[in-house]
Design a binder for this molecule. Structure first.
Ligand code: GTP
Ligand code: MG
Length: 184
């Protein structure tokens, strides 16, 4: 009668971080993975990667491969072939005081919709962030827009965040992982 070897499950998930130029895509990754923030802006060129390892619970190890993509969602067009997959998990970041950062063309919406569908037609988990809360006292307009965006996508979760002040960074990531694990 032997004790059973405790089974540890390991997962690797790809998460795209997308959104308009300068909204904070690189910053959320830096904050989340390296606990750092810099006010210095250096635009990402192409794609960067970072790996976050999470001891989710005593039996579950999760590796998040974070894809930090430069600029707008539109530029994902050619990248789509590289990714060649559906079921993409995403964090979409907009900037709370810049309405335009939530505007997507029909083409972009179509691409995002297509790529975030699972094989069975269900929606892969997403999280939407409305960032730079610290820049804005009144958040009412930003949250209305964000609500609207979530409504279009049927998103379950959005957050108003500040990567500078470390508000809702871990929470957003935790929500995403919870949903990925629940869908898997
Ligand atoms: P691209 O790579 O060009 O697409 O930009 P990005 O989305 O990666 O933006 P990045 O993370 O480089 O941030 C752009 C600027 O916004 C930098 O100067 C950051 O310091 C600043 N920034 C990011 N998050 C916040 C925030 O929550 N509050 C404030 N005040 N500034 C922020
Ligand atoms: Mg960047």
């Amino acid at each position: 009668a032997g004790g059973s070897v405790s089974e540890c499950k390991e997962y690797l998930f790809k998460v795209l971080v997308i959104g308009e130029l300068g909204v904070g895509k690189t910053s959320i990754i830096k904050r989340y993975v390296h606990q750092l923030f810099s006010q210095h802006y250096r635009a990402t060129i192409g794609v960067d990667f970072a790996l976050k390892v999470i001891n989710w619970d005593s039996k579950t190890l999760v590796r998040l491969q974070l894809w930090d993509i430069a600029g707008k969602a539109a530029r994902l067009g050619p990248l789509a072939n590289l990714l060649h997959s559906s079921s993409l998990r995403m964090m979409f970041t907009g900037q709370i005081n810049q309405r335009g950062t939530f505007d997507l063309s029909n083409r972009e919406l179509h691409w995002l919709d297509l790529k975030s569908k699972n094989a069975n037609g269900s929606q892969a988990p997403w999280v939407l962030l409305s960032n730079k809360l610290d820049l804005k006292r009144s958040t009412s307009r930003g949250s209305t827009l964000t609500h609207y965006f979530c409504y279009i996508f049927g998103l379950k979760r959005w957050c108003i965040s500040s990567f500078q002040d470390n508000i809702n960074v871990d929470e957003a990531a935790r929500f995403l992982v919870e949903n990925i694990l629940a869908n898997d």
